[in-house]
Write a protein that binds this ligand. Structure first.
Ligand code: ADP
Ligand code: MG
Length: 750
């Protein structure tokens, strides 16, 4: 079989290959350099794209497809009307007049006639637009003499076959209508990639093993349509799919092929997650801690308020799961101020009621102490013994606390994350992690005590976008608090220019005069001036260690001396000693400080209801989620709250968009979706942590509906056949294990 458009034989045939080459001149395993028209140099360049053998080419999917307008014939060109013309270069000339001035002119010809294209002072065009090259040009023609001329047109270099003429009919998409666009690498032209993929798909697509049987594809198509996805007919078989994605005969077939590939990719991922979930169920063992009506009553009586309906529902979800042997692994997401702590306290007290210990980990010491105080207050007259583990303990205190934990003399242990990991518990039943913003599939911390896995409850005020929840959190269950406790004031957000600064300070002064308190947040300046995402959630990490406090200190001095001389202004930053930080926070909470000038150390969880005004300086340096966290500090009381953000210097378009979203919505879920859209998933998750294979064709933003269908179908398949042992699942199972087996510990023995 020789390509009529390319009569030269393959450059070389590997020896092992020539013996077996019967009908095709290459096979799935043929190294790229032996493919027609390839050779070692090009194969080398393609290796940069991860392509090694013919099979890889089949799965090297286009980045997008172009739908160029139909070409115009010479007779139909009109002066001043944009048009596309496709043809072959039959003459080309580069004229240099004076140094630095040149004219490149070429004639492009097809069966309807010829047009001229010209470029001034762009001599490099001559290297691309060479004799006999096929091109598609588009631009606005002008009649010059008797010939149409395109000056500086846009152009694509085409493969001969893409002309859609008589030659190359065999592999040409009809009229070259839809053009796949591949990720490019230096030294390979896009038409060369198109020619390669089309050719390989043509010869080898049918040799790929089908992993989705017809019945599965039919069912998937139906469910995808029910989910609102635009799809006509069934999902095509793999051979058709691969041919159609590389050389789409029509928009509809392209759409079907793409739908299939996206679905398949997401299905395989979801099967991996479902298998992992099932295999964990069999391996881990947690203490059963049932919740009787009496226990529930006893716990709820301690809260000074009625639970919201959402809190009530989530508490029931948690209680049900903690009553089972399999460890709960639940993510509780709820916007700042939605009352997550209460839920955590309920769960912890349920553990204690069942004779087990519970631990609550916070990302910062300030927050750990706040939780400790809340718990102490609520449990004041009870027998529950509470311990605090944090950095400011002396060595002796710490040793004593650890001994008490190990001996079971403390029931509830509150601490910063870094300290609570890998300590020895007497009988740990529940681990709560507060304000966790970064996740990975391997989220489950290895906290065990006596061969028992504790239940896990992870809390986050940064809601996880749906798509992320369904991928990274394949083995995590989600609870959501949407409703906020009643009686909350509204939060007004203003995006202000510099000239408003004085007026804004006046406004703050008025609120202070009414007895309210104010935060002023300034960014740290230093090695990581853009630093947003990484300090989110603190983790006791870089924020506290490396921040350069000059900018916030200077702001502090200015506000104290010039702007609010009549008020009590104090400074808080991560470089301060824990006791000093704690003292300032306590005085602020006690109303002894009017204006707290701070870095983002206050972003997490801290709760002062009387603080209702916040100023964020240099807001363009903060991430969206972080801004929302900060705003959360003033949305806790019954007074209306106001936050005003100022920016440093010119804002980039991206910064502007972020700030606009922030101004327009205070719904944490909308913020999270927008953040995800603006930053992409990698950032949110930390690429290394995510643990999942990169996606080749699916896009978690765009394909969230497909993802939902894939997840549901994967769960159904695994429910029916947990190990995927049925013969028709064998190929699919192989693919799941190949792609995810190692990453998710899904070995055969799992
Ligand atoms: P977050 O979800 O941000 O951690 P918290 O748990 O700190 O929120 O709760 C915010 C505030 O709301 C706290 O002062 C808490 O006491 C209060 N709160 C929580 N639940 C309720 C409720 N059901 N009714 C009234 N106030 C509540
Ligand atoms: Mg909280």
């Amino acid at each position: 079989m020789t390509d009529p458009a390319n009569p030269t034989p393959p450059i070389a045939v590997p020896p092992s290959q020539s013996a077996t080459a019967r009908t095709a001149e290459f096979e799935l395993s043929t190294p790229l350099q032996y493919l027609p028209g390839m050779g070692p140099a090009r194969a080398d360049r393609l290796r940069k794209l991860g392509l090694r053998k013919a099979q890889d080419v089949l799965f090297f999917f286009p980045r997008e497809h172009q739908f160029p307008p139909p070409p115009t014939r010479v007779d139909d060109l009109r002066e001043g009307v944009a048009a596309t013309f496709v043809g072959k270069i039959t003459d080309a000339e580069l004229v240099s007049r004076t140094p630095g001035k040149s004219l490149f002119a070429a004639i492009v010809e097809n069966d309807s006639g010829a047009v001229r294209i010209v470029f001034f002072n762009q001599p490099f065009r001559a290297e691309q637009l060479t004799f006999y090259r096929h091109v598609r040009i588009s631009g606005t023609p002008k009649l010059v003499g008797l010939r149409w001329e395109f000056s500086h047109p846009k152009y694509d270099l085409l493969d001969e076959a893409e002309l859609g003429g008589d030659e190359g009919q065999e592999t040409a998409p009809q009229n070259g209508e839809i053009l796949p666009v591949y990720p490019l690498t230096e030294g390979i032209k896009d038409y060369e990639l198109r020619r390669l993929t089309r050719r390989v798909a043509d010869v080898l697509a049918e040799e790929i093993t089908e992993v989705m049987p017809g019945s599965l594809r039919r069912q998937a198509a139906t469910r995808l349509r029910e989910a609102g996805i635009d799809l006509v007919g069934d999902l095509p078989d793999i051979g058709t799919t691969l041919r159609d994605i590389h050389a789409p005969p029509s928009a509809e077939k392209l759409n079907a092929a793409r739908s299939r590939l996206v679905f398949q990719e997401l299905l395989v991922m979801q099967l991996a997650l479902a298998m992992r979930r099932t295999s964990l169920t069999g391996r881990l063992q947690a203490p059963e801690m049932p919740c009787t009506a009496q226990i529930r009553q006893r716990i709820l009586r301690r809260f000074p308020f009625e639970l919201t309906a959402d809190q009530d529902r989530v508490i029931s979800e948690i209680a049900r799961e903690m009553g089972r042997q399999f460890p709960m692994n639940r993510l509780l997401q709820g916007d700042v101020g939605s009352g997550k702590t209460v839920v955590a306290i309920f769960a912890m007290m349920l553990a204690v009621a069942n004779g087990h210990q519970a631990t609550l980990m916070a990302p910062t010491e300030v927050l750990a102490r706040q939780h400790y105080q809340t718990l102490t207050k609520i449990l004041a007259d009870s027998r529950v013994r509470i311990g605090l583990l944090c950095g400011s303990l002396t060595a002796a205190e710490r040793r004593q606390t650890l001994a008490q934990i190990a001996a079971g003399e403390l029931d509830l242990i509150v601490g910063t994350q870094a300290l609570v990991y890998d300590i020895e518990f007497h009988s740990l039943g529940l681990c709560v992690i507060d304000e966790q913003h970064k996740f990975g599939v391997r989220q489950r911390v290895q906290l065990r005590s006596g061969g028992i896995d504790p239940h896990y409850l992870v809390m986050s005020a940064t809601p996880i976008p749906r798509s992320v929840a369904m991928t990274q959190f394949g083995d995590v269950d989600l609870s959501t608090l949407r409703e906020k406790p009643a009686g909350r004031g509204e939060v007004h957000t203003y995006l202000a220019g510099d000239k408003w600064r004085d007026r804004w300070w006046d406004f703050v002064r008025q609120r202070l005069a009414e007895g309210r308190q104010a935060y002023v947040v300034a960014p740290r300046v230093g090695e990581d001036a853009t630093g947003d995402a990484d300090s989110l959630g603190g983790e006791n990490g870089p924020e506290e260690e490396t921040e350069d406090v000059t900018s916030v200190s200077r702001t502090f001095e200015r506000l104290r001396d010039d702007v609010f001389p009549e008020h009590r202004v104090e400074l808080l930053h991560g470089r301060m000693k824990p006791e000093a930080k704690q003292a300032v926070m306590l005085r602020f909470a006690g109303g002894e400080i009017d204006v707290l000038v701070s870095t983002t150390v206050i972003e997490v969880g801290v709760d002062v209801a009387n603080a209702t005004v916040m100023t964020i300086l240099g807001a363009n340096r903060f991430g969206l989620a972080q801004l929302h966290q900060l705003r959360g500090r003033i949305s806790r009381g019954r007074h209306a709250a106001h936050v005003c953000v100022f920016t440093d210097g010119e804002r980039s378009p991206e910064e502007s968009e972020r700030l606009q979203v922030f101004e327009q919505t205070s719904d944490g879920f909308e913020i999270a979706e927008a953040d995800f859209r603006l930053r992409g998933p990698g950032d949110l998750l930390g690429k290394k942590q995510s643990g999942l294979a990169p996606l080749r064709i699916a896009d978690l933003n765009r394909d969230v509906e497909t993802l939902q269908v894939a997840r549901a179908m994967a769960q159904d398949l695994i429910d029916e056949d947990p190990a995927m042992e049925e013969p028709e699942s064998a190929a699919l199972r192989d693919q799941v294990l190949r792609r995810y087996g190692e990453r998710l510990d899904l070995g055969d023995g799992a």
